[in-house]
Design a binder for this molecule. Structure first.
Ligand code: ADP
Ligand code: MG
Length: 385
């Protein structure tokens, strides 16, 4: 066997962490050239600036070393062109049933099968852009993201879900912020999700007093305070399972409380859940830096529509003052939204009642008009689709 063939064979073992298929089978290996002990390898990633780049680099290096221990490797990581990506997506669409489950194994790292009633294998669904391997089981899946933590993403997700239920839309929340899950606490539930046994066990989301159905990693693990320290691929697998192996059917909206930032869990959600789009939560302070621009940029790169920008903790309404008090100066949200061509939903005050309701698990007792408006905006905007 020639060195080149050995290297190609070895590279077949490198699995794209997002898609669960070999980088050879995906056609991502663009070049393998061997001259003497010099080995030149070119691999294209599915998106430029892929957060999983370093993992792929390491695995390619290892694979080459395994095939040819003395190799001097020159590895070039590029990115597929838009046309190549489209072609790959079409091919994956046709192969989806084989693609899912190809990693085998079990536990949170394993790929979920297209389990659950209503999960239809064999067709690519969801947003206009990313590579969606998971089928649509709810008419509207909407992610809620933020550039950084602590901006109120979970409390906004929770209040938006409550408002959607009040407006007559059955809604659930998938708490995908696996490193800091807080949805169960905000809704005051500690109930473990049931497992509906049958053809592939299916998790049944917990119904909270608000009517919102939730599924959160900490409800599965039992100890709400235990931090979840997992490697990326495990987290990605867990997020997909919370979507694919759960009985979300019957809902009209599924909100996904995303991890903050633009890391690989965010990438998984953008690429593998059939999203209508994302609502970005921010604060006046994080608008100043590049943080929000980065989040908006990632959504744009992956062609996930930004449905709205919400500016939380924007001002204080002091009881004896008529005008709001802008702690951080004039708000930048509307301008930022306009610059990026995304809808600005509005600003929310610092409200001690929100903090208290979240801490005490009584978020459903609040009913701020702003969230009714957000819910109508979401439902209205999507009505025409
Ligand atoms: N508008 C608000 N007014 C007062 N407290 C808020 C508001 N939004 C969020 N909080 C509080 O700030 C903290 C962080 O909010 P959270 O929703 O958990 O943020 P994230 O999910 O972005 O990390 C929580 O204690 C929450 O109750
Ligand atoms: Mg949170």
């Amino acid at each position: 066997m020639s060195s080149r063939t050995r290297i190609l064979e070895s590279l077949r073992e490198v699995i794209d962490p997002e898609l669960g298929l070999s980088i050879i089978d995906l056609g991502l290996v663009k070049k393998v050239e061997v001259s003497g002990d010099l080995v030149e390898v070119g691999v294209d990633l599915t998106i430029p600036g892929c957060p999983l780049k370093e993992q792929i680099r390491r695995e390619v290096e290892e694979a080459v070393r395994k095939a040819m221990p003395k190799a001097r490797l020159e590895l070039t990581l590029g990115a597929l062109s838009a046309e190549e990506l489209d072609r790959l997506k079409r091919r994956l669409g046709a192969q989806k049933s084989q693609a899912i489950g190809s990693r085998g194994g079990s536990g949170p790292g394993a790929e979920p099968g297209p389990a659950g009633p209503g999960a239809t294998a064999g067709k690519l669904t969801g947003n206009a852009g990313g590579i969606n391997l998971l089928a649509k089981k709810v008419p509207h899946v909407v992610a809620v993201g933020s550039g950084k933590g602590g901006v109120g993403k979970s409390s906004v997700t929770a209040q938006l879900a409550c408002a959607l239920v009040r407006e007559g839309h059955p809604t659930g929340i998938l708490d995908a912020d696996i490193t800091g899950p807080s949805i169960a606490r905000i809704f005051g539930t500690e109930e473990r999700p049931r497992v509906k046994e049958g053809e592939g066990d299916v998790l049944v989301p917990v119904e909270t007093r608000s009517g919102v159905r939730v599924l959160s990693m900490n409800l599965l693990l039992g100890d709400e305070k235990a931090p979840v320290i997992w490697r990326g691929p495990l987290i990605n697998g867990a997020i997909r399972q919370l979507y694919a192996n759960a009985a979300w059917e019957g809902l009209e909206y599924l909100l996904v409380d995303m991890p903050p930032g633009t890391g690989d869990a965010t990438l998984t959600i953008y690429q593998s859940l059939p999203l209508d789009g994302v609502v970005i939560v921010t604060t006046p302070q994080s608008l100043v830096g590049m943080i929000v621009a980065k989040s908006l940029g990632m959504a744009k790169t992956l062609r996930v529509p930004v449905l709205g920008l919400v500016e939380n903790l924007a001002y204080v309404q002091i009881p004896e003052r008529r005008d709001p008090y802008y702690l951080f100066g004039p708000l930048l949200g509307a301008r930022t939204a306009e610059e990026h061509g995304v809808p600005y939903w509005g600003s929310l005050p610092v409200d001690p009642a929100v903090a208290l309701a979240c801490d005490e698990g009584r978020i459903h007792e609040l009913d701020p008009p702003a969230f009714r408006a957000f819910a109508r905006r979401l439902a209205g905007e999507e009505g025409g689709r």
